[in-house]
Ligand binder design. Sequence first.
Ligand code: SF4
Length: 345
Amino acid sequence: MANRDWNISKLQVLRQCHRKFYFAYELASRSFADPFRRKAHELSKMKNLKMWQGTIVDWMITNEILLYYQEREVPDYAAVAKKGVDMAKKQFEFSANRFYHDPEISKTESGTDYAILDVHESNAPYTEAELQGVYQTIEEILLAFPNFQSPVPGKNMEQYLLSARFLRPDAKTLKYEYEGIKIQPQIDLISYMGKSMHVIDWKVVEKADADYSRQLLLGGIVALHFSRERYKKEQWKPLPALEDVRLFEFNLLNGKFKEHVINKDSAANALDGVFLLSDEQEELSQSRPWDELDIEDYERTDKAATCAICNFRFLCKQIILNDLNYDEGQYTQLVQHQQLQPVTV
Ligand code: SF4
């Protein structure tokens, strides 16, 4: 079997629709050389206002707030909240100007201004009040963060983070490789408390189709593996075991958390799911490069509800109308006329 990288988003997309998987993971390419591939890339990065709000809060916690606690310092939350809102405003402007579609402006140069929002790319309707609501929510969550509940009874979030032995924010690069499959879950934070580790997922958006427990279970497996390797290297004993791992999903919209159980059975089930879906993808692509793949092998879902919230719905529709060929002009027209003619794929 070919060596494959897996993360929870891939699993979720493959489960939803094979055609969507094709767009997001086989076709999408950052390069501007092929407009079809570039469009798939832009759509794969596109966010609606609520998702975008979550991204900003997540970024601020990971890249600002937690850095202070790593140094056992307390951030100036008023300054952090202002920075979060300023960043959001700049990103909105970047997206409104469609700078992401300009080959002269690289993502690296754009830094934290980079954003692709569906209100601009897909002409999704929104009101000024909704936009102001996003800015307000970002500010409120960031200001409230230090007083949120923590997994340790009697400690608020600030006291909890200050008491951790070590904090590993944004542990997205941690991988676990097993039987040729690399599993790379999106871990927001690992908080080490003595030998035990808390794997934490910040949840800032309500997504009906999200599978947070699987994401956290895979996060727990990867965190434990990483920790055991470290213990072995340092010759520390005893090695951490499954019972030293705890999984927490934090809802930053209401300041509450939920613990997910990790044990031998739930960990094995989460891994089985990865292997099953990996086999499914292997059957579809058979490790061929994208230009040898046949889009028609990637079937479309028949669930209208899945299509209604799919980032690729206009692209999907446009190529159907054009013998599976991409036409940027036709795509733009479809997007512009969506309110008169809702797209059904
Ligand atoms: S619009 Fe529907 S069929 Fe097309 S890619 Fe998206 S989910 Fe699949």
